[in-house]
Design a protein around this ligand. Structure first.
Ligand code: 9MR
Length: 568
């Protein structure tokens, strides 16, 4: 019974900073006017407030009320109690309240590592033997990727990297935004990451753990470039998705498939950014920074010569065997990748030609970053380094900054009138496959605007989206595994399904509510039809409940940035 009622009180199940806005949304017909904040120990009422009516659910039309206890600022562990409704899940009020979630979401990448044992010392009860230890040392060049120097069937080594998601494949395009976002987190908040310890094998070295973790995937990415021409294979994959088995049991052959423009430009962007970031660690990682820049330039040049090579899996499958049916990450518009890669190469090298070729057009509309749309990552980078750019870019910077701030203003508009009081959920278009990353990427855009203006309204908007991800949403779930009493337990994640451990691997972000999930994954069990309520915590629901590296990375950015800025 208590379970039942807590589900109708939606709040960040981890907690709140003492100075922050503190809201719970209560769903259902009003049953009383008063709410209490009570200590978990002893159930002592420490705050009494009045519920205020909120707009009925934008999409569900459910009656809703708000419990606002922002003025209560005392550290502790509490519940919200509403006579006639029930008692919420417990939460904390304290400094650094999201420190553990920030660290765990980054450690989530460690759990996705390929080619290495995860010993108990670092992985706890989720320890496991290395996955794809042999296969990724003997990767076959797929006929779609055959070249004179590397005919079909050529064996290459392409070890390390992270499993993309619930599946065991490794995709360059999706590594692009994932790595770009993690490196941006470091570039924006280096002091925060300097002291963060994740308990990974490299935690004792002199390099921040985030850069050690990123390096694991960077080294894999480097192997995906054909040294003969600089082109980059689109992905490393099995022909078809594996069953629900542990990765060390997944022995089917792996292939690198056709090179493409999206892969080359994503690769160039990441390598250019990495070259800049790891330069400071030349002593610990000799030569890495230079290798990254060389690789970036070669991939960029390949893309200049091959500006329009799409990865079209259907066409490839009509021509070649074996047919490849894993994730396509097919993109047909490379203008945003060109802008991002050009911006990164320009900032790293200060050579105007990259800026010119990047075709920055400040009259174009900005679009929230996603794996297929990375233009804004280039804008973030230009704004971040605005003081060290050549005159060529300087002339565009006022407009670039203005656009980022305008984008954030558009996101913020109307938040206070919305049922859940979050930036997330302005329109039902937010509830797509991987909507949790929509919320997190909106949070990043707001933080970028805060950095440009110092206006705290942007921080509050970003924090509201973190509240969304950790429970203040229309399904009442915390989407980060291991955080919150009602959090995702059955993600579509082969590791979590096959390991025989009840709790899923911690620190992974479930894709979240997806209005079209039912038609996309055909999992039975969906009952909701309201766009913000279509979510199923079952492992068949890959369209709403898978995890993925490009969803985890903006969560890392958002939670870490808010931790770093909590005293602002
Ligand atoms: O995140 C991707 C989403 O935007 C697409 O709509 C969906 C269908 O193509 O694919 C998602 O990416 C998946 C990838 O193809 C394979 N690994 C798991 C990814 C997350 O579901």
């Amino acid at each position: 019974q208590a379970q039942q009622t807590a589900e109708n009180i939606r709040l960040n199940q981890v907690g709140f900073y003492p100075q922050a806005e503190k809201l719970a949304v209560v769903v259902g017909e009003p049953k009383g006017a008063t709410f209490y904040v009570k200590t978990v120990e002893g159930k002592k009422a420490v705050y009494t407030g009045k519920l205020t009516a909120s707009k009925p659910g934008e999409f569900s039309k459910k009656p809703s009320q708000i419990a606002d206890f922002s003025t209560f600022k005392t550290n502790g562990t509490y519940v919200v109690e509403i006579p006639g409704v029930g008692t919420s899940y417990s939460f904390q009020i304290q400094k650094n309240v999201h420190k553990d979630a920030a660290a765990a979401s980054l450690k989530g990448f460690y759990f996705q590592r390929v080619s290495t044992d995860l010993p108990e010392k670092f992985a706890g009860k989720w320890h496991r033997p290395a996955g794809h230890a042999t296969t990724d040392n003997q990767v076959l060049v797929h006929p779609s990727a055959a070249s004179a120097q590397r005919p079909a069937g050529t064996v290459i080594s392409s070890r390390r990297g992270w499993y993309d998601a619930g599946d065991y494949n490794k995709y360059i395009v999706n590594s692009g935004i994932t790595m770009g976002t993690l490196l941006a987190a470091y570039e924006d908040f280096p002091e925060y990451f300097k002291t963060q310890k994740l308990n990974i094998p490299e935690s004792t070295n002199q390099v921040p753990d985030i850069l050690d973790e990123v390096l694991w995937n960077l080294r894999w990415m480097l192997t995906m470039q054909d040294p003969n021409d600089g082109g980059v294979y689109h992905k490393l994959t099995n022909a078809a998705f594996d069953g629900m088995i542990m990765p060390d049991k997944a022995m089917k052959p792996r292939y690198v498939v056709q090179k493409g423009t999206a892969a080359a430009l994503n690769f160039a962007a990441v390598m250019a950014q990495a070259s800049r970031v790891y330069k400071k660690y030349n002593r610990e990682m000799p030569g890495l920074s230079d290798s990254c820049l060389n690789a970036a330039v070669k991939a960029w040049e390949w893309a200049q010569k091959n500006p329009n090579v799409t990865y079209d899996q259907n066409t490839i499958n009509q021509q070649f065997e074996p047919k490849v049916t894993t994730g396509a990450y097919g993109d047909r518009d490379f203008s945003d990748e060109l802008t991002w890669a050009g911006a990164e190469l320009y900032v790293t090298t200060q050579k105007d030609t990259y800026y010119t070729t990047a075709k920055i057009n400040t009259s174009d509309q900005l679009t929230l970053p996603s794996w297929a749309q990375v233009k804004m990552l280039g804008y973030y980078t230009l704004a971040r380094f605005s003081k060290n750019l050549t005159p060529l870019a300087q002339k565009d910077l006022p407009e670039i900054k203005k656009q980022i701030v305008q984008f954030a203003d558009d996101l913020l508009a109307g938040t206070a009138e919305r049922t859940y009081r979050t930036v997330m959920g302005k329109t039902e278009k937010d509830y797509i496959w991987g909507s949790s990353a929509v919320a997190a990427n909106q949070g990043i855009a707001l933080i970028q605007a805060y950095k440009l203006t110092n206006n705290k309204k942007y921080l509050q908007g970003a924090l509201g989206n973190l509240d969304y991800l950790l429970g203040r949403n229309a399904v009442g779930y915390s989407f980060l595994t291991g955080f919150g009493k009602k959090s995702t337990m059955h993600p579509h994640h082969r590791l979590s399904i096959a390991d025989g451990i009840e709790e899923p691997v911690p620190g992974l972000l479930s894709g979240g509510t997806n209005a079209r999930a039912k038609e996309q994954d055909k999992c039975s069990g969906y009952t909701a039809t309201s766009p913000d309520e279509v979510y199923l915590d079952q492992d068949c629901s890959y369209a709403s409940n898978e995890i993925a590296i490009n969803w985890n990375s903006p969560f890392v950015y958002l939670a870490s940035a808010l931790e770093a800025l909590q005293n602002q």
